[in-house]
Design a protein around this ligand. Structure first.
Ligand code: ATP
Ligand code: MG
Ligand code: MG
Length: 423
């Protein structure tokens, strides 16, 4: 993929935007881009540098992403609405072509990483609740104030706010800025390798010091020793990222949106969609945080495809899809007969959400019911009946005060003294 039109190969120490940004290490990557931790020499801060592949279609996609990110930044000058902040953007010429680059505020680990770190065991509901509040704040802002649909909400695209600021605390985070492009040395090993090794060692030491108590860019990378990690002290504030698939609600361009497991039924059936597709994905994400399992993990089977399995799984959890909705989409005939029954999957085992949470995930009955009461309306088969993000924020489940909740609030207060940004 590192060829003409493809990724830009980055080495630690590489300079961007006339020397303003200096690459430190790789943070992640996707189909279209690589994301690097970079040092901003102008502000002495760390930033995330997203470098797009250079071919025309990728450049166009990046321009679109920048447009959405810019609108989100313009509408939220105080940066309090739980959406990733675009700091800068520029073009970078490399051997594979011109690459559009986005400079984003530097955040911590993704919720997917958090779920893995917790060994897929599910988190306390008090933590899930704090995360849900952030995601809903972000969605409410995108939907109601900006008129934007994210269309790819999932744990991977929600990042925790790092409680460690590498610029202010370079020792604990294992990072000090690399300001020079490293040169090769005599005996064949490049200095780059040496620096990478040194960085890794330093990061390891720092991780040991932090001993898993706080989320940082390194804090979650250790292998958990116990079954379930102690997540005490981890600040559950987070932000919605990755606007590469986002769109304006009145200017949609794709029929097939969302990552499979988080895809709403109206997208599968192609009956038209709007903001409420994000709400569907939100409910899937909240369930996954609480249980460690994906809510829907469809597979193709003997004589039926992934889509039909997906619809079957939805109906096993939520009951039969109303006939009008089942037969109302452009693709309905592929999956449903005229009575509104699936064509190839005939026997469904109904297992409603509250029972699933109690029987399979061993949640106490009262907690399971309250959580299911919160989630079920968001997964209404009728998209227009789903509550909006704004309405969800008013739901009593989000405002339950439990002992854990109070501990968490106390924890947040002490964290805020450590680092006052990322609100
Ligand atoms: P693509 O569109 O190329 O498939 P993507 O859109 O999924 O990629 P992102 O989700 O924006 O790209 O970023 C990929 C990964 O990089 C993220 O999952 C995360 O691990 C890391 N990352 C992105 N932005 C940041 C950031 N601001 N701070 C820290 N890490 C980040
Ligand atoms: Mg992504
Ligand atoms: Mg993307």
């Amino acid at each position: 993929a590192y060829r003409k039109g493809g990724y830009h190969a980055v080495r630690i120490g590489d300079q961007f935007a006339g020397g303003r940004y200096i690459a430190q290490r790789k943070l992640g990557w996707g189909q279209f881009s690589t994301v690097w931790l970079a040092y901003d020499t102008r502000t002495s801060n760390y930033v995330a540098l997203k470098i797009q592949k250079s071919a025309l279609q990728f450049a166009q996609a990046a321009l679109h992403e920048i447009e959405l990110l810019q609108a989100a930044a313009d509408g939220d000058p105080a940066n309090t609405k739980c959406v990733i902040r675009l700091i800068d953007d520029f073009k970078h010429a490399g051997p594979n072509g011109q690459h559009l680059c986005m400079v984003l505020e530097f955040l911590g680990d993704s919720l997917l990483r958090l779920i893995k770190y917790n060994r897929y065991k599910g988190m306390e509901l008090s933590k899930v609740r704090e995360i849900c509040k952030c995601i809903l704040t972000g969605l409410d802002y995108l939907h109601r104030e900006l008129g934007m649909i994210h269309s790819d909400l999932k744990p991977e695209n929600i990042l925790l706010c790092s409680t460690i600021d590498p610029a202010k605390d370079p020792i604990r985070s294992g990072l000090t800025p690399i300001l020079e492009k490293p040169e090769g040395n005599q005996n064949g090993t490049s200095t780059m390798n040496l620096i990478e090794k040194k960085l890794k060692r330093r990061a390891k030491k720092a991780a040991a010091k932090i001993s898993g108590r706080r989320v940082s860019i390194v804090g979650l990378s250790e292998t958990p020793k116990k079954n379930k990690r102690n997540l005490d002290g981890i600040d559950m504030r987070c932000k919605v990222v990755d606007f590469g698939n986002g769109c304006w609600a009145d200017k949609k361009f794709a029929e097939e949106i969302q990552t499979r497991q988080y895809r709403a039924p109206e997208v599968i059936l192609q009956s038209g969609y709007s903001y409420s597709v994000d709400m569907w994905s939100f409910a899937c994400t909240a369930f996954e945080l609480a249980t460690g399992d994906m809510l829907f993990a469809p597979k193709e089977g003997n004589g039926y495809g992934e889509d039909e399995d997906h619809l079957a799984l939805m109906m096993e959890l939520l009951g039969k899809m109303p006939r009008k909705i089942a037969i109302g989409g452009a693709r309905s005939k592929d999956y449903f007969d005229r009575h509104g029954d699936l064509k190839r999957i005939r026997r469904l085992k109904y297992w409603p959400l509250d029972r699933l949470l109690i029987d399979k995930y061993k949640l106490p009955e009262a907690e399971a019911r309250e959580f299911a009461d919160f989630l079920c309306p968001i997964m209404d088969f009728a998209p227009e009946k789903r509550p909006t993000a704004q309405q969800c924020l008013q739901h009593p489940w989000l405002n339950l005060r439990t002992q854990n909740n109070e501990d968490q609030i106390e924890g947040q207060m002490s964290n805020m003294q450590i680092k006052g940004s990322c609100s």
